[in-house]
Design a protein around this ligand. Sequence first.
Ligand SMILES: [Zn+2]
Length: 102
Amino acid sequence: MSDLITRLRSPQTMSNFTCTTDLYEEMNRQRVLAADEIERLRELMRAVVEHFRRDGDGLVDAPGHCHDVPGAWDSDNGALAGKPCAWCALWKEVIAGSKCDE
Ligand SMILES: [Zn+2]
């Protein structure tokens, strides 16, 4: 046991401990910055969604779209008929990312 205590108190061990502590503090600082940035982006997405929804748009399909089947191109859209609409799919992701449906 005393051997372990001696090794823990050695200058090399203390140097490693400081390094580890610095890395931990930097990682924690970066984690907080990333969390703040994610929340800022979520707030921006929420503001965009609310802007369109205030006018009654973007409630089912993406703003400016009104498909017979939500999120899918209508039968009169030629080769796109029945295929997923990329704008509506993106809008759905924005809503999910902004947590506007919570
Ligand atoms: Zn669409």
